[in-house]
Design a protein around this ligand. Sequence first.
Ligand SMILES: [Zn+2]
Length: 265
Amino acid sequence: MMNQTDLIYKWPEVLYVIEGVKPVARLRVPKDKLIHLKNFLLENGVYSISNFTKGDPDYLYISQDEDKVYKAHMLEEIKDNRKLGRLLGYPECCINFFCTHSHLMNKTSEELFLYSLSNTHRNPPYPFYTNNIVGHFGYGLISHFPCKYTCTESIKLGKKYFDVINDYSPDLAHRIKQILASPILYTKHDGIFLFKEYSMLSNTSFSYNTNEIISRFDHSNSQIYGIIKCSNNVKFMDKNHVAFYRDSKLVNTLKDENINLFLFK
Ligand SMILES: [Zn+2]
């Protein structure tokens, strides 16, 4: 059984809906947590319905307004991304971005991160409010794809949500900020690495604990994972160019269009 703080850490949108700063939310909930979450929502005056399409991800739609819950479900069914995005309170610029690139979602949703990144015309670090890549690991403040990592509307939204969490629990807000500001290495063939225990050395370099790296792939044969394990600090050199060091000694550089280092602050 999850306690309330853990539940909100996992699904912060539940709090946004309870506090009335988000009209409707769409959550991905594992079946074994569903009853517990639904009961919690009911106790807090929030309606929810789930969809269980075979083979598709299972979503739970939640809102204080029962009609909106059904509407969200219906818009998802008919794949009206624009209207669904508006109902979920996403910024118009990001809805346009998503609708232009949504055909890529059928291949791999990860690729949209790279479009958000290539639309971001400045070097990192980017505001942690817009970090949606942590969503890959089940965390995040915003749940849409920002049109760019410096999108003003997404930052505004992220800040509003962050304030709600901070009012609820400053400790939880701190935990969420910590994970959202974690450096993330995106690789096309070796998966996504999140450096959970890190310390920024400058705006574009950081040290890390090799035992605290989260990834969802089996890396026994990954050369990149080998480089990460042998090093303890990283420097962002340029787009698609990252240098790994053991203390001050260069271990290796990765320079490849399939390599992207995401830094937030
Ligand atoms: Zn935007």
